[in-house]
Design a protein around this ligand. Structure first.
Ligand SMILES: O=c1ccn([C@@H]2O[C@H](COP(=O)(O)O)[C@@H](O)[C@H]2O)c(=O)[nH]1
Ligand SMILES: [Zn+2]
Ligand SMILES: [Zn+2]
Length: 635
């Protein structure tokens, strides 16, 4: 938790619009429940969010409207709090569960590893009961010897104010799951009798809620693994006029897509950087539109040129969407009523106790244990591939240096990793046990094929980079952005020790309100989103961060002849996660390899999460500015 009074950030631009029904949406939290300790703009923790939701629920009650809180999966793989335990999520899921979600669904990261899939089935799903939706995901239950849905296929319910909702939770067409689970493709699920019965339910439906770990925007291209358009189309064909509201995820972006004049869908980023907000007015049922707050005012108009079935009647529905930055300033501003002159404290007892739990668990897990001090920041996408500030230039050196089997140390080798195994920037300063998960959390290990003719081996990278991104459906578009520590924050300066959370104005640079003064400076770098409603969705205005697309894979070389000549043969070392792609590539250029030719290059316990700590311990022990003086070096 970082106090809002010290929050080095711009603030929210204006009050949220509230409608008859309103939604808060998280997705792809990936264990970031401690918040972003190195980026104040996303510095709130899960306890702050628990307090915020409490405040927003109270506000919705006062306004006499509905508020639903939704999450769309990917809870692990991205931070120490979730990944330093065995199984992943043993601690973080319990903290996550402090939030009283109304609807949730499963992500692909709950399905890669069987143990985690079973934990999700027996614990997480049971905790949320009928609110956990997995319309197309089943798991083999050894005690019944049958495949069973991990959660519920659908939920029909009435909101507090009487809106009758039919909801589904649909995972994209994911194929990288371990063999204990089964994912029904979207196109097949919509033909299943239970789904047809649910769409044509015997009780009235005022709104469909389609949640899913699933991109909201169809690509329109063959091979699109996103299935929201398929499910939307099936519902729309059967129910031409019923509103459909979607909440998606997986591609880690902020996005809002208009399907038709009664159907839209929101995607709310990743890693506890973004909290999504949707407000809808104009429903013929449910509560009255609230008084004394801004209202949703936008009609949903189709922008996309992808042809889908759509409603042919006019619509009274009006929408608002907003992407909130995940910090206490934002939470305090929107939930505690500062903009309505009735300032209430943000924190609740429950929220504070969650924050305390996070601190305790982080200590128990040794997450601040230090490996070394990074001399600079290396980012994933803010600099061109392999340029000095790009993380893959660092990794190329790290892989060549530490991925070495001592019995084959002098044998030339190429080492290939998928760039998707890297999940975040590496910041200048302390590189901790926690950071090792933040940058590269996976337990993927290094395998190899020995003595491959170099004429074949040298072609592998080009083939991989020309092909589909390994097991990922959609590349991140340029809208995705976040502050890196190399960008200086340009904060509001709170004068006179003031802790106010007044909204900024666009000008002038000194803002006076309620006798309190905030000096504003230019926006800090961050998200600058464009979606189907335009470019006004970001709650806090930011300066755009440069975005450079990165290739699918990175290759590092080691022990090559010193005279610059090409070796006859090399060891081809790669992550087990991309084994099949590497074998296919080799076989495309004359190889005749199979899985039987592959063995582990290093012990299976040496993973993508291991090589940077080893490198940091070797190279970054010297003191650099920004590192805590006297901090111990982790082992
Ligand atoms: O063992 C693994 C699992 C996943 N990856 C990478 O992650 C993405 C999927 O992440 P999302 O958060 O669902 O987008 C996958 O495409 C891989 O690039 C991995 O490297 N190893
Ligand atoms: Zn994700
Ligand atoms: Zn995902």
């Amino acid at each position: 938790m970082q106090p809002e009074s010290q929050n080095a950030t711009n603030g929210p631009k204006s009050q949220l619009e509230w409608g008859q029904i309103n939604f808060l949406h998280t997705t792809d939290t990936h264990g970031w429940l401690e918040g972003h300790l190195k980026e104040q703009n996303y510095g709130a923790d899960w306890g702050d969010y628990v307090s915020f939701v409490k405040g927003m629920r109270r506000k919705s009650k006062e306004l006499g409207v509905d508020l639903l809180v939704v999450d769309t999966g990917d809870l692990h793989d991205g931070a120490g709090l979730s990944d330093a335990t065995s199984p992943n999520g043993a601690v973080s899921n319990v903290i996550f569960e402090k939030l009283d979600y109304d609807l949730l669904t499963i992500g692909n990261h709950e399905l890669y590893v069987s143990e985690i899939a079973y934990e999700t089935f027996s614990q997480f799903s049971k905790f949320y009961g009928d609110r956990y939706l997995t319309s197309n995901v089943q798991i083999y239950n050894p005690s019944t010897s049958a495949f069973e849905y991990i959660g519920q296929r659908y939920r029909y319910f009435k909101t507090e104010h009487g809106i009758r909702i039919m909801s589904f939770g649909v995972l994209f067409d994911f194929t990288g799951n371990s063999n204990v689970s089964k994912i029904t493709k979207g196109a097949d699920m919509v033909k299943e009798q239970w789904f047809l019965d649910a769409v044509n339910y015997h009780k009235p439906i005022d709104m469909f809620l389609l949640i899913g770990h699933n991109p909201v925007r169809p690509t329109g291209k063959a091979g699109d693994t996103g299935t929201f358009a398929t499910v939307y189309s099936a519902i729309r064909k059967a129910r031409p006029d019923v509103p459909i509201q979607g909440f998606g995820g997986h591609t880690h972006i902020r996005d809002f897509f208009v399907y038709d004049n009664k159907a839209t869908a929101l995607e709310s980023g990743r890693y506890c950087e973004t909290l999504g907000w949707v407000a809808i007015d104009g429903l013929s049922c449910g509560p009255k539109s609230p008084k004394d707050v801004p209202h949703p005012s936008r009609e949903a108009k189709i922008i996309s040129n992808i042809t889908l079935p759509h409603s042919n009647t006019s619509s009274s529905l009006r929408y608002a969407r907003r992407y909130l930055d995940w910090n206490r300033l934002t939470f305090a501003y929107h939930a505690s009523g500062s903009q309505a002159h009735t300032v209430r404290p943000l924190d609740t007892q429950a929220g504070k106790s969650v924050t305390a739990d996070i601190t305790t668990e982080r200590t128990k897990l040794n997450l601040t244990s230090l490996y070394g001090c990074a001399p600079q920041t290396w980012c994933q996408t803010c600099a061109p591939f392999m340029s000095a500030g790009n993380i893959f230039s660092l990794l190329s050196t790290a892989l060549s240096t530490v991925v070495v089997n001592s019995t084959r140390a002098t044998t030339p080798r190429i080492i290939i990793i998928n760039t998707g195994s890297i999940r975040f920037d590496l910041a200048k300063g302390p590189f901790t046990y926690d950071d090792s998960f933040i940058v590269s959390p996976f337990a993927d290990a290094f395998q190899f094929i020995p003595d491959v003719p170099y004429a074949q081996a040298k072609q592998v990278l080009g083939i991989l980079n020309a092909g589909a991104f390994q097991k990922r459906s959609t590349p991140a578009p340029p809208e995705r952005g976040f502050e890196t520590r190399d960008f200086a924050f340009q904060p509001y300066i709170l004068l006179d020790g003031d802790t106010c959370v007044d909204p900024p104005t666009t000008s002038p640079s000194l803002h006076k309100r309620s006798g309190r003064t905030i000096r504003r400076s230019t926006p800090s770098p961050g998200y600058t989103t464009t979606d189907d409603f335009g470019s006004d969705g970001d709650d806090t205005m930011h300066a755009r961060i440069p975005f450079y697309a990165q290739p699918n894979d990175l290759q590092a070389n080691a022990s090559f002849p010193a005279d610059g000549t090409e070796p006859e043969t090399v060891d081809v070392v790669f992550l087990d996660f991309i084994q099949s792609y590497v074998i296919d590539a080799l076989n495309k250029v004359g190889g005749t390899y199979a899985a039987a030719d592959v063995s582990y290059y290093l012990p299976k316990t040496f993973t993508t999460n291991s090589y940077l700590p080893v490198f940091a311990k070797q190279m970054w022990q010297a003191h650099v500015p920004d590192c805590p003086v006297g901090a111990g070096i982790g082992s």
